[in-house]
Design a protein around this ligand. Structure first.
Ligand SMILES: CCCCC/C=C/CC(=O)SCCNC(=O)CCNC(=O)[C@H](O)C(C)(C)COP(=O)(O)OP(=O)(O)OC[C@H]1O[C@@H](n2cnc3c(N)ncnc32)[C@H](O)[C@@H]1OP(=O)(O)O
Length: 390
């Protein structure tokens, strides 16, 4: 990563320089659109060179994206229930709905690129899969049948850095396979999480903003995908205010317990951005479209009790007894038969799994455009130059 100068340097840019910077961004984004046909062909060839089998679920995703990219929305008659393989392929393609060909091409390219880079990063590292990572900004503990993943950047209100996104993915993957029965995400300090660390936008790689948007898209797709596919009961213990992506993800948790000090805030429009974490689908479903719009479009902040009344939060506890009450409750739940819990969770989530993955892809495509926009650039600069708080 080249350490960035644009946010700092741009404070002293003239309006002309700023507009030429933005024109350059627009030009780069058009170039990326034109390049994507070629990128797609390269990715199709790259797929054939993968050494590891990516697994059936991933193959179905790739199949669906390939068909959508080359033929558009699913136009085949639905196969019979006994033709299991054709039906799984059809379901996967059909779940992409009217996703534009261009977006499907782009998603296919990114998915293949993430598969190839994870393959090359694990090459030459014997035992890399089994090694337990040490996390810099997470504390992961396993006790009484509960794996607790605690965000641990209290002085930065647990804002999520790019490293943290990756670490949370690793921690969730490990928790999904360990012998605990329940997994809990919580925060250390007075905040649950203040969302995406806005400094993530200042790490510009050598390929510029275009490459940064692509990298962020890959990271975010994988990150949200892990929550969609998490196999065990997943609980959020929201110990304090929650902002941005830490709020939207709550729609993918099975239980959300909140302290009465917690608030729920998604200031996407203020940041020139748009919803993620599948909230454009889960929030209207949970609280109805009118309430969801007030949060996701206008950035209305909810108290814990309001969020509970809207169905986003399961139960609110007084802050003074939050930790004691939540952990006592969870310890009791963790003794329930684990396989029955997993089966019930999967039955609940499987109904809409493909829809959630398709929503994740569409939200990320929209965000890639937002990240390149003047509205987003200005909002991030304003926060980082201490002009605004959200
Ligand atoms: C890989 C890309 C994926 C992208 C996924 C997209 C996600 C979308 C979102 O999550 S949008 C939400 C982004 N979050 C915000 O906009 C919140 C910004 N923060 C604030 O508005 C405030 O800091 C606050 C309201 C959360 C807390 O205010 P308070 O006055 O109580 O505390 P401070 O502002 O003094 O914060 C203490 C220090 O923490 C730093 N900090 C807090 N949040 C963030 C953040 N999100 N990004 C970066 N830094 C953050 C803050 O700057 C202070 O740092 P300092 O002590 O060095 O000054």
């Amino acid at each position: 990563m080249v350490s960035v100068t644009w946010t700092v340097a741009s404070f002293s840019l003239s309006p002309l320089q700023v507009s030429s910077f933005l024109v350059q961004q627009m030009h780069m984004s058009q170039t990326a659109m034109r390049a994507s046909h070629k990128d797609f062909e390269t990715a199709v060839n790259q797929m054939k060179l993968l050494k590891k089998d990516p697994g059936n679920e991933m193959k179905l995703k790739l199949y669906a994206l390939y068909k959508q990219a080359t033929e558009g929305p699913c136009n085949m008659p639905k196969p019979g229930v006994l033709d299991l393989i054709s039906k799984a392929k059809w379901d996967s393609w059909n779940a992409l709905g009217s996703l534009p060909k261009e977006t499907a091409r782009q998603n296919y390219v990114e998915l293949v690129s993430s598969l190839s880079s994870s393959e090359s990063s694990s090459q030459g590292k014997p035992g890399a899969d089994s090694k337990q990572p040490g996390y810099e900004t997470l504390v992961v503990t396993s006790e009484d049948g509960i794996t607790k993943i605690m965000l641990n950047r209290p002085t930065k209100k647990n804002a999520i850095t790019t490293q943290m996104y990756q670490d949370i993915v690793l921690a969730l993957e490990a928790a999904g396979k360990d012998d605990s029965t329940i997994t809990v995400l919580t925060g250390n300090g007075d905040y649950y999480c203040s969302g995406n660390d806005l400094n993530n936008f200042t790490d510009i790689p050598p390929g510029g903003i275009e490459e940064q948007a692509k990298n962020n898209a890959i990271l975010l797709r994988n990150f949200v995908g892990c929550f969609i596919d998490f196999p065990k009961p997943l609980v959020a213990a929201v110990n304090g205010p929650a902002v941005g992506i830490s709020v939207t993800l709550l729609g993918l948790f099975d239980i959300v317990y909140a302290s009465d000090r917690a608030t729920f805030h998604t200031p996407f429009t203020h940041l020139g951005q748009s919803p993620e974490g599948c909230s454009s689908y889960t929030f209207p479903k949970i609280m109805g479209p009118a309430k969801a719009a007030e949060m996701l479009i206008f950035g209305k902040k909810l108290t814990a009790r309001e969020a509970c009344a809207q169905g986003l939060v399961t139960e609110v506890f007084p802050d003074s007894t939050f930790q004691k009450e939540v952990w006592t409750r969870l310890k009791a739940y963790s003794k329930l038969p684990p396989n029955a819990m997993r089966t019930s969770k999967q039955l609940i989530r499987n109904v809409e799994r493909e829809k959630l993955h398709a929503t994740n892809s569409e939200e990320i495509s929209a965000l890639q455009g937002r990240w390149r926009s003047e509205e987003c650039t200005n909002a991030v600069m304003n926060f980082l130059s201490r002009k605004v708080k959200l």
